[in-house]
Each structure stands twice: as structure tokens, then as C-alpha cells.
Design a protein around this ligand. Sequence first.
Ligand code: NI
Length: 183
Amino acid sequence: MSPHTANGAQKITLEIMALLNILNYPDKRLHKVAKPVEQVNDRIRRLVADMAETMYAAPGVGLAATQVDVHERVIVIDVSDAHDQLLAFINPEIVWSSNEKKLSEEGCLSVPGIYDNVERAEKVRVRALNERGETFEMDCEGLLAVCIQHEMDHLMGRVFVEYLSPLKQTRIKSKMKKLAHAM
Ligand code: NI
């Protein structure tokens, strides 16, 4: 997910950052289905750290491993105003979702500059592993609920624009191709 307006605050760190390359729609690799993480080890913790740096630098509020061409079930999210509440979800599953749906505007780091309304469950409960390999459950609502559903779609190879009308999708694809050509 990407916020509509970039927050001016920039995270400054002296650590060596590994910014990962984010795939842009309509890259076919965004449609790969991610595999479950077999073991939460240092490689996965490094992936989480690098994904977090990449998300904060973009800036964005969520990033799925699929978007950085790693096809394993890993998501990072931070919907806090201060960008200091990083959440990592490894092998996330939605164990409950509300019948109530809500329409809200979404954006995506893989589809820069495009924002549109998508209907999602208003509340979800997610079960996942944390960076220590421990299972946790979290009740999510508001932006967090939207974000987790958006990022879990990425792990299934789905980009939010696929919920939009075929006409809008065609327009977005041509806009993205022009953008790629201009870079
Ligand atoms: Ni996205």
C-alpha cells in the first residue's frame, strides 16, 4: 500500500540499508503465488528488515515479498503516523472476517500514482508467525484491515487494480507502460 500523500518525515539511519527493487505492474512476476516460509531463520529476518527499509523509503504503509520478487509468504506493514510500529506477518492467514464490507481508497507501491476504491471486509483477524517464529493473532480494522487484505492479495499474485473495471485496468496498464518507457 502507498499513502496518498507522502509524509515529509524521513527515517535517517546509519545502518547499511538494502533497498530492494519493487516490481511495477503489469510485471508478470506480480502474479506468482508465494510459498509458505518453512523456517523463520536469519534469511527471513534479513528479508523482513530489507522489506521494511524499502517500504519506509518508498514511502509506503505495506509491502509484500512478492513485490520485491521473493515468492514467500512475508508481509511488512506500518500504518502508524510516526512510522515506528513495524509489523511483520510471516505465513499470514485470515482466520475470521466481518460480513460488513467497506469501500476505501487504495494505492500500491507497484502501481505508482494510481488510487482507487476497493471493497474489503471491514474487520479481519489474522494469524501469522512473527520474526521469532512464534504464532500470534491480531484483530485488524481501519487502515490496518485494508492493508493486510491488500498485502495478502499480493501473496496470491493479485494486484488491487484487478478489482477495477476492465476499462480502468486497460488505462492503468497503458499508463504504467508509458511511465516505464519514460524512466
Ligand atoms: Ni500493493
